[in-house]
Design a protein around this ligand. Structure first.
Ligand code: CA
Length: 221
């Protein structure tokens, strides 16, 4: 699952990106409104963490433009401004949540998880489809109520993406894009095959189907 972090404070951004990645998210970092506008045109994010004071303008204006354009992905505002007027403003413009600096990373992570769960329409740490249960906290999987098996980071991210978007065909390129952040060297699409193979060994062959020439689909019916 890929997040966009819009933050111009290098130290904070790097530390946040690191702890988000430790928690299984892929993070693209943008340090200005200009960069954020550009990556939003081409990338597919599950959530945006938005600083308000940016070198080329206010994050609020950007958020307002996104909402007017019909973009409905969850946005969490992260800012030093902490008057109640600022919070009301942010929420009215279309933010889903608001966190004031300084904050504890654990709180940010909990809020991000809550926003993503709300968006996905379920309220527990566990997602179960077709007898496959995925636990986001422990990054492990259980089949038909059996024992839990830990997944590697990449296996977890791949399975989580497929289970959050079931019954839709995802190309290898799209899956690679969800697994690796922009700044990393482009990984070979063959890697997706390798990881799909590993997941199939855990879940059974029929759960993730191949659509020849198109991609993969997690099937629930
Ligand atoms: Ca700032």
């Amino acid at each position: 699952m890929k997040l966009l972090l819009l933050e111009d404070d290098d130290l904070l951004a790097e530390s946040l990106a690191e702890s988000l990645e430790d928690n299984g998210y892929r993070v693209d970092l943008a340090t200005s409104l200009r960069v954020a506008r550009s990556v939003m045109r081409t990338e597919d994010y599950a959530l945006v963490i938005l600083d308000l004071g940016l070198p080329d303008g206010s994050g609020l204006d950007l958020l307002s433009q996104w909402r007017k354009a019909g973009l409905d992905l969850p946005v969490l505002i992260l800012t030093a401004r902490d008057t109640w007027e600022d919070k009301v403003n942010g929420l009215e413009v279309g933010a889903d949540d608001y966190l004031t600096k300084p904050f504890h990373e654990a709180e940010l992570l909990a809020r991000i998880k809550a926003l993503l769960r709300r968006r996905a329409g379920h309220v527990s740490q566990e997602l179960t489809l077709n007898g496959v249960s995925l636990n986001e906290a422990s990054q492990s999987v259980s089949i038909d109520g059996g024992p839990w098996h830990s997944l590697t980071g990449t296996e977890f991210r791949l399975l989580r993406f497929l289970m959050h978007h079931p019954n839709r065909v995802h190309s290898k390129e799209k899956l690679i894009d969800q697994l690796y952040a922009l700044e990393q060297d482009a990984a070979a699409p063959n890697l997706v095959e390798v990881y799909i193979g590993r997941l199939r060994r855990r879940l059974g062959k029929s759960m993730i189907q191949t659509r020849r020439g198109q991609g993969y689909v997690f099937v629930t019916h």
